[in-house]
Design a protein around this ligand. Structure first.
Ligand SMILES: Cc1ncc(C[n+]2csc(CCOP(=O)(O)OP(=O)(O)O)c2C)c(N)n1
Length: 1218
């Protein structure tokens, strides 16, 4: 230990001693004051009189009168006291411990003049006794729940049943609770002053020890186990004590008891009725946890009384039908009709009855106020509905302007096994206090039947309670025995009040059992024989409670029998009514109706997405400006540079990715559309391109978002940096998007692959939500995707998975006679999948989300290097009123001028287009190779692809992708190309795949390998570079480098001059750091160049000129097995070999062979147009295409587009809009 550590140790010791001493003094003083007060009152000076003040005076008076009649009838200590014998209250004091005089400790002595004043003479034992009582009280408060009687089956609990797995633990818990008890006390009648940290005394300040222990036992070890001592706020802890410790706090009035019984009767009666009528049907009954219905109703009643107008419920299968019937009051005949096997008359595949959603608004009789109840439809995946409910609740709060959560309440019902087993629970609970995600408190109710399917808790969790996950947010947790209805309803009441008061999460863990198997057809004795022997002997909770109330004289047994009968009649009548229901609509079970949205709307009409130039200028101006001077906002220098670059773009009327996105957001909020973007680091953007939220450089929490200050009456724009969760956050945004159709919600993944961890939300809500529950959502998902050598997980958004989940038919060519076929395609598909290449297309895609007459999720594979790619820019005219979304962007360069000499028509999607563009230029094949971008992959733009195929009638058709063959869009587009080609009867062409060979990883993690693969696939398309081309490229590069150096020198000089102008005193001073910083700046001219160069790998050097591989070369080499790694050109004798390896065909569909055979797929296998179509009909697509072409030309004319450069040019065919 070094000397400084020693000194530190001494200081800490001195401090802690001082602390102890102060506490000791405080205790002494408190006792002294009490003593004086009582002495004054009684006119005596007996020190023990201090006990008899306040409420205890009555108690002592009673004792005194008892003693005066018979001195032996009171405890020895009181006898001694009343007879005036010298005896203290504690029996320990009888032994007359030596009274010690206060001696300052040596530390205090050393402290010299700062030594504390010695305390008055005191009885140490007396103080110790009090401190120990205080410790016992605290032990009950902290650990009492461990010994609580929670289990109706007595398996786990203080009774220590033989089935107990941890009864030893329980005994240990009890010993821990009273660890000080046997050590000190042998007089249970000794009076103690209660500390402020407990309210068990009510109005009494003093209680005999026996009473203290009894009350603690009743409060903490009865049928309720309260876990709350982890809460750090004393105020909140005291609030909990007020609601559990205070004597009489759980007393219910007779009419309240009757109401509980009535509700219980309904709960049990409903399950009994279903069991009788549909004995073989799965219904996931609630039996064993019947009290859940009264609990939920109490929460709603109380919350409604506190001002809640809308309750959103998320729950899984167990008891769901009961909740619909008895909590939401969905007409029972409709619920029962679900058992009759009706077919839905509207669209959608539907879902099982215990997953369906519901929305209802009704009068709450307890509060006499209206309340809306929503049960959100949920998938089988347990607990994944949680974040969806939270997101929907948050959106409702936003829409109501309820920023404290006073009017909207989310309530989540969990199963015990899933609550502790599913990670999404943790992720969701962790959002509870995040500013952009909080729901201002969620009430969680666990229907804890102590088994998950067939698994005991001892095998399904390591934590003591299934609710331990909620401790991370310090939520109070009320464990309660399900067979004590009053205890359960009390917990519900307190939970509702807690949420209303503190707006924090709270958990009720109803410990019950499951009377049947997992479902009604399951045999539980296979796996839980002893448990079920017990269950079978156990009387139903409702009956038990009815008997109790009868015993207590609250009701008569006849009344209860009448109650049961009455409900049975209701069920029977509903059953008869249900038989009359012959039709059923999925839409009757909609959890998120959008009243008014669909009425009078032409769903197939897509409003224009382009906007007026003035709007763009206005948004651009503000977006590129720092906060106004009045904000006195210190902006980072790098940001100022970025703003400067944005300004330049506005001047030049050109937009990069960030600006395109800002135009979309800005113009939407202008139109009153609330926009919310959420995800990890979205404020800045993972790739530092967005910077929507600027941070004051010297002031904490001072931020500025220019897009929130565009128009005085604009809609709010929220940018929400999220927790590091994908699943819960995506689920949350899914829920948010469900609340209102006029909101644009975007979730951005950090990198596309990370959507993997949100897969259940993608599968069960995004991809199939509309089909199952006829519920729409316009949620946009941004998945950064593209191969830039950044490693497997950072390269791919797994396009293939999303496309595989798309439900458009690959064999169905759209009916081109239908003028709405484009909108219809969008309406009929489950989601839209895009891989965009221009900021303008991003702008239109986002705006189209709101312009459509329906809502559809948009999965957009967003770029990384393109964010700063100098060519990935759009001129302002591509955003104006005449512009629209382009599903396909055709080639507009040299190849398009003379299509008949084009040899290769290359279809691609996403960023690889810019790689191809560069390589085509390097290889000087602009005349012979046409590049067509498929921007909207799903629904597949058949019509536009067909147009291109027709246009380049002699060209070989190639699908080129940078992704591996088993990934990317290939397996999705291949059959759709086949279907398209079947439209051209005389055309025998097939489509060839060019790209990387199949692989299990989405990319290599090795940069060198990445470029090798890159070169190989590019060579497979363009052939090797000629010597002449190499020379030319080298020269161009040198020129570019020179120009870049010149430019950076010029800008340095300019900066220096500007600085000198700013501060002439510093003339000649040169800051080295400034220079370096300037060079490093993101997004600067150099940054741009660098970013551009990043996407463009080095040209392969030193290769012999090789003729472009012949079409026949590929299949020959492809005959070998597909290579797992892409070929290294060093090992390849020719480009053809490289191409063949990279393009190794899959055995199922061999594109090489298809092309080699020169045959297109057999028409007979394909469903092209309905077979009864006449020749006229078959020609219709051509007519439609001609018409569209003409219309496009007209539009072109009317817009008077100026001539564009090749890369920036809009397509010559605006029929590609939409
Ligand atoms: C994510 C997920 N995993 C597994 C299942 C299969 N499964 C359905 S119910 C169930 C048991 C759930 O137990 P618990 O949460 O205690 O609810 P209980 O059925 O007992 O009410 C299981 C494992 C599922 N539906 N979802």
């Amino acid at each position: 230990m070094n000397p400084s550590q020693g000194r530190l140790g001494q200081t800490i010791l001195a401090q802690s001693l001082r602390h102890e001493y102060t506490r000791y003094n405080a205790a002494q003083r408190a006792l002294l004051i009490a003593k004086k007060q009582y002495s004054k009152k009684k006119g005596t000076t007996d020190e023990a009189d201090s006990l008899a003040n306040g409420g205890n005076a009555i108690y002592i008076d009673k004792l005194y009168s008892k003693w005066s009649k018979d001195p032996g009838s009171v405890d020895q200590s009181w006898d001694a006291y009343f007879s005036g014998k010298p005896r203290s209250i504690s029996s320990a004091r009888q032994r007359q411990p030596k009274k010690r005089k206060w001696q300052p400790t040596s530390v205090a002595e050393r402290a010299g003049s700062t030594a504390p004043t010695p305390a008055p003479e005191a009885d140490w034992k007396y103080i110790d006794d009090h401190l120990v009582v205080q410790a016992i009280i605290r032990a009950y408060q902290t650990r009492g729940h461990l010994a609580a009687d929670l289990d109706p089956l007595g398996i786990v609990g203080p009774t220590g049943h033989s089935l107990a797995t941890d009864d030893k633990k329980m005994q240990a818990a009890r010993a821990v609770l009273r660890q000080h008890y046997s050590y000190i006390f042998n007089d249970l009648n000794a009076l103690f002053k209660l500390p402020k940290s407990t309210l068990i005394g009510g109005d009494e300040q003093f209680l005999p020890l026996r009473e203290i222990l009894d009350r603690l036992e009743r409060v903490y070890c009865g049928h309720i186990g309260v876990e709350y001592m982890m809460i750090t706020s004393i105020f909140k802890s005291n609030w909990i004590r007020q609601h559990f410790e205070k004597p009489g706090v759980i007393n219910f009035k007779p009419e309240e008891k009757k109401l509980i019984l009535e509700r219980l009767t309904r709960s049990t009666g409903f399950e009994n009725f279903l069991a009788k009528k549909f004995s073989s049907e799965k219904r996931f009954g609630l039996e064993g946890c019947d009290i859940m219905i009264p609990v939920m109703k109490e929460i709603i009643d109380q919350s409604n009384k506190c001002g809640v107008e809308s309750v959103l419920i998320g729950m899984a299968h167990r008891g769901r039908l009961n909740v619909l019937a008895n909590v939401c009051r969905k007409p029972m005949k409709e619920i029962l009709s679900q058992f009759h096997g009706l077919k839905a008359t509207d669209s959608g595949s539907g879902d099982v009855k215990y997953h369906l959603g519901l929305f209802t608004e009704r009068l709450n009789r307890q509060s006499n106020k209206n309340v809306r109840i929503t049960v959100v439809a949920n998938p089988s995946h347990l607990e994944f509905v949680n974040p969806v409910v939270l997101g929907k609740a948050r959106a409702e709060m936003f829409l109501r302007g309820d920023y404290q959560g006073n009017k909207v309440l989310p309530m989540l019902i969990h199963g015990d096994a899933s609550f502790c087993g599913q990670g999404v629970v943790y992720e969701s609970i962790h959002m509870s206090d995040l500013p952009s995600y909080t729901t201002h408190g969620t009430i969680h109710v666990v229907s804890n039947n102590q088994v998950g399917f067939t698994t005991d808790p001892r095998f399904s969790r390591s934590s003591r309670y299934c609710t331990d996950v909620a401790r991370v947010v310090n939520a109070p947790i009320f464990h309660v025995n399900a067979d004590d209805p009053e205890a359960c309803v009390h917990c519900a009441r307190v939970a509702a009040l807690w949420r209303a008061k503190f707006h924090k999460d709270v958990v009720i863990d109803i410990v019950g059992y499951r009377r049947n198997g997992h479902n009604e057809a399951d045999e539980p004795m296979f796996t839980q024989p002893l448990m079920y022997q017990r269950i079978r002997k156990l009387k139903n909770c409702t009956v038990q409670y009815a008997e109790k109330l009868t015993r207590d004289g609250v009701i008569k047994m006849d009344e209860y029998t009448e109650m049961v009968k009455k409900y049975d009649t209701i069920c029977n009548e509903a059953f008869e009514e249900s038989k009359k229901i012959k039709t059923f609509k999925n839409s009757h079970w909609l959890d998120s109706p959008w009243p008014g949205y669909f009425q009078g709307r032409d769903r197939l009409r897509v409003c224009p997405t382009g906007v007026n130039m003035k709007i763009l200028q206005h948004i651009g101006e503000i977006y590129s400006s720092p906060p106004p001077p009045e904000h006195k906002f210190e902006v980072h220098k790098g940001i100022l540079r970025i703003l400067g670059l944005r300004k330049n773009m506005i001047k030049e009327k050109v937009a990069d990715w960030s600006l395109g996105e800002a135009f979309a957001i800005g113009s939407l909020v202008k139109d009153g559309i609330h926009v919310r973007i959420s995800g990890q680091d979205v404020e800045r953007g993972t790739f530092s391109h967005r910077h929507h939220v600027l941070h004051h450089q010297t002031k904490d929490k001072a931020c500025y978002n220019s897009l929130q200050h565009l128009y005085p009456d604009q809609a709010p724009y929220d940018v929400c940096n999220s927790s590091l969760s994908e699943c819960a956050i995506l689920g949350f945004e899914m829920g948010y998007s469900m609340a209102n159709p006029n909101t644009l919600v975007i979730w951005e993944a950090q990198f596309g692959d990370f959507a993997n961890t949100a897969q259940p939300i993608i599968d069960t809500f995004l991809a199939s939500g509309e089909t199952k529950w006829v519920r729409q959502s316009g949620l946009c998902v941004f998945l950064p995707h593209s191969m830039e050598g950044m490693g497997p997980e950072h390269s791919s958004g797994r396009i293939e998975r999303f496309l595989q989940l798309s439900d458009d038919d690959p064999d169905c060519f759209p009916d081109m006679c239908d003028s709405d076929h484009v909108a219809r395609q969008l309406m009929n598909v489950n989601w839209i999948v895009t891989n965009l290449t221009t900021p303008a297309n991003l702008f239109h895609a986002l705006r189209r989300q709101v312009a459509m007459g329906f809502r559809k999720p948009l999965i957009n594979f967003s770029p990384k290097s393109l964010l700063r790619h100098p060519k990935a820019r759009s001129p302002f005219r591509d955003f104006n009123e005449c512009s629209a979304f382009q599903r396909v962007i055709p080639d507009t360069g040299n190849a398009s001028q003379c299509p008949e000499i084009v040899k290769q028509l290359v279809f691609c999607t996403g960023k690889v287009y810019y790689d191809l563009l560069k390589e085509r230029e390097d290889h000087q094949q602009e005349q012979t190779c046409a590049l067509v971008r498929v921007e909207q992959i799903c629904p597949f733009p058949y019509d536009l692809v067909l147009e291109q195929v027709k246009k380049y009638e002699k060209a070989e058709l190639v699908w080129f992708q940078e992704e591996h063959k088993n990934q990317g869009a290939w397996s999705y587009v291949q059959p759709r190309f086949d279907t398209t080609l079947l439209q051209m009867e005389a055309d025998n062409r097939g489509i060839t795949y060019l790209g990387r060979a199949p692989n299990s990883a989405s990319s290599t993690g090795n940069k060198a390998q990445h470029y090798t693969e890159y070169n190989a696939i590019m060579t497979s398309l363009f052939g090797e570079l000629t010597e002449e081309n190499k020379k030319r490229i080298k020269e161009i590069k040198e020129q570019e480098q020179k120009a870049a150096i010149k430019q950076s020198e010029a800008s340095l000089v300019k900066a220096k001059q500007a600085k000198m102008k700013e501060d002439p005193n510093k003339k000649g001073e040169k800051k080295e750091g400034d220079k370096k910083e300037g060079e490093k700046k993101e997004g600067g001219p150099k940054g741009d160049q660098k970013a551009g160069a990043k996407g463009a790998p080095p040209a392969p050097a030193g290769k012999a000129e090789t003729p472009k591989p012949s079409a026949k070369a590929a299949p020959a080499a492809a005959a070998g097995p597909p290579s797992k790694t892409s070929p290294s050109p060093a090992h390849k004798s020719s480009a053809a070999e490289a191409r063949a390896t990279a393009a190794a065909p899959s055995p199922a569909r061999n594109p090489g062979q298809e092309r080699d055979s020169g045959k297109k797929p057999k028409l007979a296998q394909k469903e092209v147009v309905p077979s009864d179509k006449s020749k006229d009909d078959r020609e219709a697509p051509k007519r439609a295409a001609d018409r569209d072409n003409k219309q496009g030309k007209d539009e072109n004319k009317s817009c008077k587009r100026s001539k564009k450069s090749e890369d920036e040019a809009a397509p010559d065919d605006p029929t590609s809009s939409l």
